[in-house]
Design a protein around this ligand. Structure first.
Ligand code: SF4
Length: 333
């Protein structure tokens, strides 16, 4: 079985945008690949270095989210980045052979610094985070990494570093210690939040996988609609409505076309329309919530799953690092 690796930063609970994008994809990948999925807590620190107090809580939250949507710890290795110290050891060795210019030209370096101008990101850790990503991937000799188009330069950097390492220490650019990781290109669907902008925790417009049924409805009820539909008697245009965009993801087509027609002819009101969406969303979210309740009743389970996953990951990482130390010809004591 080919191996896949991917990680998520523990920056908050996961929402339905994650479910429709990366997370749903991770669940599907379990069918075909040997998957390693990790909580990228060191990566979170590259931008949240002064907010580390939330990391433990968010780690617990996102692992519950993972399990509730169907990630299976029997099939996939679920682990915590900071529990496998070999990632840091490999990062040190890679940092010795990586020209600074390779890191400075990664597009996200400038982009994120501009987007987060309120934060001082002129740090060694932030510049080096694509190198840490490289270490995360190649320490498991992963064949594939699921990425969106915007992440491709990171993977290209990882491949360049692999070639350099293989050539420098084994004399074989293509067949050395590390395989070159390839992309599994995944489209991240644009999921609207309750204010019509992209769903995001930072916009405070997200419907979370852990939300109660009441919380979901409290968010949907005031959700923004087609701005031209002011009165109940005004015909609306579903193509200009974020509520309808969510219908496209969750409501079966026949029911959805009834809703669209009702909207265009002012046959239904926006609250009726949102009630339909709410029912469809609940068909998806209620079972997730049940699984989460079960996890909440077993407070040590998440910790145990991570401990087991950490052990499995560490074993694999140690095997790689033994080969790496031999290749670099470090003194064996
Ligand atoms: S009826 Fe539905 S699709 Fe039409 S404007 Fe209202 S919420 Fe949007």
């Amino acid at each position: 079985m080919k191996r896949v690796l991917s990680g998520m930063r523990p920056t908050g609970p996961l929402h339905i945008g994650h479910y429709l994008g990366a997370l749903g994809n991770w669940v599907r990948l379990q069918e075909e690949y040997e998957c390693f999925y990790f909580v990228a807590d060191w990566h979170a620190l590259s931008t949240m270095y002064d907010e580390s107090g939330t990391l433990a809580e968010y780690t617990d939250e996102i692992v519950k989210d993972w399990l509730s949507v169907g990630l299976d710890p029997e099939r996939s290795t679920l682990f915590l980045q900071s529990a496998v110290l070999e990632h840091a050891e490999l990062l040190v060795l890679l940092s010795m052979i990586t020209p600074l210019s390779w890191l400075e030209r990664v597009p996200s370096y400038k982009e994120v610094r501009q987007q987060m101008a309120h934060k001082d990101l002129a740090t060694y850790g932030f510049l080096g985070y694509p190198l840490l990503q490289t270490a995360d991937i190649i320490i498991y000799r992963a064949h594939y990494v699921p990425v969106g188009i915007d992440q491709l330069p990171h993977l290209e950097l990882a491949r360049e570093i692999v070639r350099r390492f293989n050539f420098m220490y084994t004399g074989d650019e293509e067949g050395g210690i590390f395989p070159e990781p390839l992309e599994l290109l995944t489209e991240a669907p644009k999921v609207p939040g309750t204010d019509g902008r992209k769903m995001s925790k930072s916009y405070d417009n997200a419907i979370y996988l852990k939300d109660s049924a009441e919380e979901v409805w409290d968010k949907l009820r005031p959700m923004i609609t087609d701005p031209a539909r002011v009165r109940r008697t005004d015909p609306g245009d579903p193509d200009r409505c974020p509520v309808y965009e969510l219908h496209v993801f969750f409501t079966p087509e026949d029911h959805r076309s009834e809703v669209a027609e009702g909207c265009r002819k002012a046959g239904i009101g926006c609250i009726d329309c949102k009630k339909v969406l709410y029912a469809e969303l609940e068909r998806v979210l209620a079972p997730l919530r049940d699984r989460r309740d079960e996890l909440n009743r077993k407070p040590d389970l998440v910790k145990q799953i991570l401990t087991d996953g950490n052990d499995r990951a560490r074993e694999e990482a140690r095997r790689t690092m033994s080969d790496v130390r031999d290749a670099v010809k470090l003194y064996s004591s």
